[in-house]
Design a protein around this ligand. Structure first.
Ligand SMILES: *[C@@H]1O[C@H](CO)[C@@H](O)[C@H](O)[C@H]1NC(C)=O
Ligand SMILES: *[C@@H]1O[C@H](CO)[C@@H](O)[C@H](O)[C@H]1NC(C)=O
Length: 435
């Protein structure tokens, strides 16, 4: 295309030269001028016309420049314009090629990444079995224990953990009363693998003098000031930073807040098939385990019903983590967001666990299991439902978490009176919610 246009232009240029023919001297003078021009153009292709185009060094462009010297000013301008148009097209074409190559590279890297992960997870590439027999992995391999991250903690865990599993509780002096109550239930339920992470000296002292396993971290300014002076939510956010080392050391952690009463040994009631096994804030089958919530938008007529996936959040005050890469990634992602923004740790914990990958965002791929909401009972279930139901009242939960009520201590004591001492009316005086 370029070549064809150029030929046509050359022809025009030579016709122009023919039309100014009458006087031979003038012809010779013009001829010499043209010759000189051609020679200069040949020797200094960039000397006369400057362009920013990356293509200015290509042969056909220098040729075009040569031809433009044969012509009158507006003709030359037209030729140049045409050349520039051509170059712009060429540029756009190259840019498109670059984009396509970048996309190919990105896909190749994605493929490599996925393939590597699959190789690590499975070891071999399986064939799909017959209908009804295939089952994907939810139990990820555990990480290789790395004692070097914290030899002192490794030694403590070796003594405290049972089958490489333990309960971990963070506490500072503000929650001492609740901790004492919890420890009394731990002892009654005969749970040996229970460890307190003391956030200040008072709690460390309390544990030592009461035969409770305790771990105090090495001084760390940022963590320590939150640990000593932080309120409920701030301390709650700390656990995501502190738990990492436990998992790196190869231990499964059952994280527990202090406002929890233990009535049975929770390790007898875990499934251990998922990265994260958590108690729920839900209060019945639907809210605890998930349901299809149909949203009605009348204006859409035929398509008025929009189906939405709903589940009540997992409770970030009581969850079991297996020492796997997704679990550690979860801790990192939550800790990172809590460090940068003032957010509620439970909301962040759930967003990271549940939001899928989407444009500009890569979701976490952790397997999840919701604990039985009667066995691992929140205080809404207890005070709204269970205490009013003759059958449910007889059932003994594994734990009860006073997460829905601000008057935690009196309700914890009432739970103990009812479930441990058998005082039948111990729960009756409390309202369903806080009032
Ligand atoms: C302290 O606890 C350990 C096990 O947790 C137990 O063997 C020991 O008897 C306890 N000691 C006291 C003084 O209670
Ligand atoms: C809740 O689910 C369990 C089984 O998961 C079932 O036995 C029970 O009947 C269900 N309860 C209600 C109220 O649907």
């Amino acid at each position: 295309m370029m070549a064809g246009r150029r030929d046509r232009l050359m022809k025009n240029a030579s016709n122009n030269n023919m039309s100014i023919n009458p006087r031979s001297r003038i012809i010779i003078a013009i001829g010499i001028g043209i010759l000189m021009g051609c020679i200069f153009a040949f020797l200094y292709p960039h000397g006369f016309f400057h362009t920013n185009s990356p293509l200015s060094t290509t042969d056909h462009f220098s040729n075009s420049q040569t031809s433009t010297l044969d012509c009158e000013p507006d003709e030359r301008a037209n030729i140049l314009k045409a050349d520039i148009m051509g170059l712009k097209e060429k540029n756009a074409e190259l840019r498109k090629q670059v984009r396509e190559l970048q996309e190919k590279l990105r896909l190749a890297e994605q493929g490599k990444d996925t393939a590597q992960k699959q190789f690590l997870a499975l070891g071999a590439q399986p064939k799909a079995g017959p209908f009804g027999t295939v089952k994907s992995l939810r139990t990820n391999p555990t990480v290789a224990p790395d004692e070097s991250v914290n030899p002192r903690l490794a030694k403590i865990l070796q003594e405290v953990a049972v089958r490489k599993e333990l309960i971990v509780v963070l506490a500072n002096a503000y929650v001492r009363e609740m901790l004492e109550l919890q420890v009394s239930t731990i002892k009654k339920a005969d749970i040996p693998n229970y460890l307190v992470v003391a956030l200040d000296e008072e709690i460390a002292e309390y544990c030592k003098s009461n035969n409770v396993s305790v771990y105090m971290r090495d001084p760390d300014k940022g963590v320590d000031s939150i640990g000593r002076n932080g309120g409920n939510h701030a301390v709650s956010g700390l656990k995501f930073r502190i738990l990492r080392e436990f998992l790196q050391l190869g231990y499964s952690v059952l994280l527990s807040d202090v406002d929890i009463i233990f009535l049975q040994n929770p390790f007898d009631h875990l499934y251990r098939d998922s990265d994260v096994e958590s108690m729920t804030d839900g209060h019945n089958n639907m809210t605890a385990y998930g349901y299809n919530d149909v949203f009605d938008e009348l204006a859409m007529g035929w398509a008025r019903y929009a189906h939405t996936m709903r589940i009540w959040v997992y409770n970030s005050g009581f969850f079991f983590l297996r020492p796997t890469i997704p679990s550690i990634e979860l801790l990192d992602r939550v800790a990172d967001r809590l460090a940068k923004q003032n957010l509620w740790d439970q909301a962040v914990f759930n967003e990271e666990l549940f939001f899928p990958s989407h444009p500009e965002y890569e979701g976490l791929h952790a397997s999840r299991r919701t604990m039985d909401f009667y066995s691992f009972m929140n205080s809404k279930v207890l005070f709204k439902t269970v205490r009013k139901d003759a059958n449910l009242k007889k059932f003994k939960p594994v734990i009860i978490h006073i997460n829905y009520h601000p008057d935690k201590l009196p309700r914890m004591k009432a739970v103990l009176e009812y479930y441990v001492d058998g005082k039948q009316d111990a729960l009756d005086s409390f309202p369903d919610g806080s009032q």
